[in-house]
Ligand binder design. Structure first.
Ligand SMILES: Nc1ncnc2c1ncn2[C@@H]1O[C@H](COP(=O)(O)OP(=O)(O)OP(=O)(O)O)[C@@H](O)[C@H]1O
Ligand SMILES: [Mg+2]
Length: 401
């Protein structure tokens, strides 16, 4: 089929041609937006799941939903070793700019921008050198004595309260979206939870919507025990059969192309319903199929190409981020996580990894911690680790050492 018209989109954060199987999350979020805008108590949403299940594209879709209701929105992607102040400044600047045209009092908007600037300038603390100093692109003089204490928790509460008051004036809200939320520092997570807690008690219309790896709820509750009551966790998983068929079928139909039932059977078997894999197999199959309807044979012919691209783009690129010691650790994990009959890699006790490598558990902690920090593995339960990347164990087991 014409590769130019190929609708599928494998890739990090790539908007899929059809966002399948996420109706429930979208409905829940609509209710959250409506309730928060009316000052009703409501928990915010945190999306968790493995790599490539579609957290980022869902987060972006939720953001569009908020913008559709005239909310002010901003988004950040957390990174390890980066403090929250600067990205939050940028995101809230964006949110306020979205609200400003609907606000009747430009002076009040400028006042809040002044508070935002004061908050932002604190990002330069400890940066003595003039040329390293960051100049936030906010065209008003900084306010004094608000959101500029240097204590991130106090400053976030003050900034959020003022920003939310603008949204109250226009009858909507502000949503701050945080991707890769597990990468926030403990101090920042704790400050963020405290600020959200405070804001929800005030009934102020500002919410934080997060997305991250499966251990994100543990990261949040380690910072603040009440985080479970603050956020509603939505586990984003692989697509069920019906949703996977829609993800493939709807975009094809728009191009006048159909699938045989056996082709869809085989595609689901190969992709396991993981959204990234659905897109990758869909794309390769489209390019190889000579005509509509697409058959199971077309899928068979195309599969090696899809697997080759996944090996490079999805698995290989991540494996390359690991040092030799970390790779050894993951190979041992892969051997131990082999669970025939189960499509998913099982979690592995760290003690077993130590035994299989003939090492003392403590000597492996640096490799384990570094892999967690790189987002390649996570510890869902104490004393165990699992891959964040679906089918990663299977991929490693096929790689020559
Ligand atoms: N609901 C869906 N239906 C069809 N395809 C989807 C769906 N969600 C995501 N995808 C596709 O899956 C791929 C991965 O999506 P995305 O980058 O959002 O995943 P992620 O969970 O953020 O991964 P990571 O943890 O690596 O950041 C993209 O190619 C996207 O188009
Ligand atoms: Mg993502």
């Amino acid at each position: 089929m014409d590769p130019v018209r190929n609708p599928y989109a494998p890739g990090a954060g790539q908007r899929p041609p059809e966002l399948a199987g996420r109706g429930r999350e979208l409905d829940v979020f609509d209710v959250v937006l409506e309730r928060v805008a009316r000052g009703r108590p409501e928990r915010s949403l945190v999306l968790t799941g493995l790599r490539g299940v579609g957290k980022t594209v869902l987060l972006n879709t939720l953001r569009s939903a908020a913008i559709g209701r005239l909310w002010g929105t901003g988004k950040i992607e957390a990174r390890p070793d980066q403090s929250l102040r600067r990205p939050v400044s940028g995101a809230l600047h964006m949110a306020i700019r979205e609200l400003a045209p609907h606000h009747r009092d430009p002076d009040r908007v400028d006042e809040v921008l002044g508070v935002l600037k004061a908050f932002a300038l604190r990002a330069n603390d400890g940066n003595a050198k003039l040329r390293d100093r960051w100049a936030p692109g906010i065209d008003v003089p900084p306010a004094r004595g608000r959101a500029d204490s240097g204590d991130i928790e106090i400053d976030l509460v003050e900034l959020f309260t003022d920003a939310a008051s603008l949204a109250t004036d226009v009858g909507t809200g502000i949503a701050l979206f945080i991707d890769e939320m597990q990468d926030l520092s403990a101090t920042d997570v704790s400050a963020l939870c405290a600020a959200c807690h405070e804001l929800s008690q005030l009934g102020a219309p500002l919410i934080v919507v997060g997305a991250g790896l499966p251990h994100l709820p543990a990261v949040l509750s380690a910072a603040k025990s009440y985080s479970e009551r603050l956020f509603r966790y939505a586990r984003i998983d692989r697509l069920d059969r019906d949703a996977a068929d829609l993800a493939l079928g709807v975009p094809a139909e728009r191009e006048g192309v159909e699938y045989d039932q056996e082709a869809l059977d085989l595609l689901y078997e190969k992709s396991g319903g993981y959204p990234y894999f659905v897109q990758a197999y869909g794309k390769a199959t489209w390019d190889h199929a000579p005509q509509t309807p697409i058959t199971a044979d077309d899928v068979r012919v195309a599969a090696p190409e899809a697997e080759g691209e996944l090996a490079v783009g999805f698995f290989g690129s991540r494996f390359e981020r690991a040092t030799p010691a970390e790779r050894e650790y993951m190979r041992a994990m892969a051997a131990l996580s082999d669970d025939p009959g189960n499509d998913m890699d099982a979690a592995v006790p760290t003690s077993e990894i130590a035994i299989s490598l003939g090492r003392k558990p403590a000597s492996l902690s640096p490799a384990r911690d570094a892999l967690i920090k790189k987002g390649l593995i996570y510890s869902g339960e104490r004393g165990t680790v699992a891959f964040t990347v679906p089918h990663f164990g299977r991929y490693l087991r096929t790689q020559p050492v």
